[in-house]
Write a protein that binds this ligand. Structure first.
Ligand SMILES: [Zn+2]
Length: 204
């Protein structure tokens, strides 16, 4: 089966786990999973600098020998992504307790199963958490993502995390502006559309 062209990944969330949730994306209001296949998932991990090019190609090669292991890793990634999205969309306030507990249980399930070594590595001018799994090559790929969600939980920064103000846009981001006024996932897309709409309305 020929590969469909890879949709561009967006990194606008300000947190690794938000960027990962945002891989369940939309273009022009139509939902689009940008990690619809294991190869794309590896592309994303590489684009997010969670793995380097050498590990990415090793994973791609291995996925040809062990397609069921690769598929299982992708299913696992999308499962945790769904739990994290539910946490963002339905996990707030008193009414969100059930969704919050479900997400935390899912996070602990993933953390509890991962066997490997946690590391911090310098990548260009910053540091990233990495996880080197023991045994299963596909194991633990989601660990740094899950740990990024844990960081947000532990810091209690949920009030700063919002969905894009464009209701057709499923993206989330952390508002790290001093004034807490960020409304759009991306000024080049949603923000720009809103600006153009306001201009049109004023002119009408
Ligand atoms: Zn948006």
């Amino acid at each position: 089966m020929p590969d469909a062209p890879t949709p561009a990944f967006v990194f606008v969330g300000g947190r690794l786990w938000l960027d990962f949730v945002n891989t369940d994306d939309a273009r022009l209001g139509v939902r689009l999973d940008t990690i619809g296949a294991f190869d794309k998932y590896v592309d994303w991990l590489e684009a997010a600098t969670l793995i380097d090019a050498a590990r990415a190609s090793a994973l791609r090669r291995r996925s040809l020998d062990q397609p069921s292991g690769a598929t299982a890793a992708l299913v696992e990634a999308r499962r945790i992504r769904a739990a994290l999205r539910a946490l963002l969309e339905r996990g707030r306030g008193e009414a969100g307790r059930v969704a919050r507990e479900a997400a935390v249980a899912e996070i602990n399930r993933v953390l509890g199963r991962a066997v490997g070594t946690r590391r911090v590595d310098a990548v260009e001018d910053r540091y990233v958490r990495t996880f080197v799994p023991v045994g299963d090559v596909f194991g633990g790929l989601v660990i740094p993502i899950v740990e990024s969600a844990v960081d947000s939980l532990v810091r209690g920064e949920f009030d700063r995390i919002r969905g894009c103000a464009d209701r057709r846009c499923p993206r989330h981001f952390a508002d790290d502006t001093k004034s807490h006024t960020r409304r759009w996932c991306d000024m080049r897309t949603c923000g720009n559309r809103a600006k153009a709409q306001r201009r049109r309305r004023r002119r009408a």
